[in-house]
Design a protein around this ligand. Sequence first.
Ligand code: GLC
Length: 484
Amino acid sequence: MSLRDAYHWPSRTPSRKGSAIKLNKTLRDHLDDLEYKFTVSTDLLKRVTERFVSELKKGLTTEPGDIPMVPTWVTSCPDGSETGSYLALDMGGTNLRICEVDVQGNGKFDIMQNKYRMPQALKTGTRDELFDYIATCVKKFVDENHPEGDKQLEIGFTFSYPCKQPSIDEAILIAWTKGFDIAGVEGESIVPMFNDALKRVGCNNVTLNAVLNDTTGTLVASNYTKPGTEAGVIFGTGCNACYIERFDEIPKLHGYNFPADMPMIINCEWCDFDNQHVVLPRTKYDLAIDADHPRPGLQTYEKMIAGCYMGDILRRILLDLHEQGILFAGQNVTKLRDPLAMDTSVLSMIEVDPFENLDETQQLLENTYGLTTTEEERHLIRRVCELIGTRAARLSACGVCAIVLKTKKQSLMVGTDGSVYNKYPHFKERLEAAFREILGEEIGSKVITTPAEDGSGVGAALVSALQAKGKALTKDILRSRVKN
Ligand code: GLC
């Protein structure tokens, strides 16, 4: 999926941790303080998970809460009989991808795709500029691959930003995330914007038939190739999950009178977990990130764990230590003051520095930020990276475990994707260790994350195929249901 490409990740396997860190007293005192603030104990993991379960439950009712638990209207996973050719559009943070997926049934597919760079300026431009760009890319792809122009093509749109979904073919943006900030889209339905743009650019043979979140695509695509997968999680630029719920467990939809055991994929949209600030151990760096964010007060959980923010947490800690006279004394830290100066791949590179004297870290800090360090300072910096990365993995585990506890499962297969999961050193091991701490060995070791199939491409095509079979509910189908 596209989030994989958000950063230039180092490709090496991680090295082991450096020898026991020997630091002078001042550095040691500061590191001890950070250790204390960033360490999430088993007890705290359990408390966060407990609160998470109650928020997941609340989100399924009409009571207001932090986690919206969005019904996706996808009421079945593929059964292997799905076939046909579908277009998929994946609007990620960095790239726009258009795919044509030939779904061949029984877990098989063929995929052809074009990737287009998403110009940075579009993320804060106007809504017509954004949708015209998307529609132009779709048209280019269709003109190249279907020059005859007379075939009607159906497209599934993977739009991985928090949305309300009144039906499979409608999505209303709740709030922009991942660095986007475009006026006139929040609170609005994105489908007419997309359709109007298709018309404007003269792309008349494409019809949108499904809008989905990347987690939904990940679950459906993973379930297609690994039947039994019941949750989809993204640990990437953003972090979110979906899972299969029973209709009778979703009180807010009871008016539709669907059968009690009818499955429905629920997109948790859990980035807003703990916006009430009850349980997450926020540090002054988390508070500062929130205060400087275009949406302060929102996305509390995501701001502590997602790839979009981990680099910024490190940057703020380094600046703070500098201001206290601990690091980079007498040096020019201007480059570090740029809010976009550090992305998560920096932590990743520092964590895998193979040299005892952390020479690669030295090169990185010098070449990118013009900063020199002593060896012990670099050891402190590496430990700070480990603290940030470990906290992210452990808190991420709470959401997954909350799904296990909410659904009373004894095991869970999780289709998993995202740059942090796929590339961040030790993330998977740290995550799985936390599963066992929270749920106990017996169940925790049966929560299995597996790298997903391409959810934003293959998943979108499969959801389109399900829609064509009436297993992803359109507004027309839903209108025909009696709503109390
Ligand atoms: C953000 C978005 C969510 C998406 C996740 C992973 O949390 O709100 O919709 O699934 O990132 O990409």
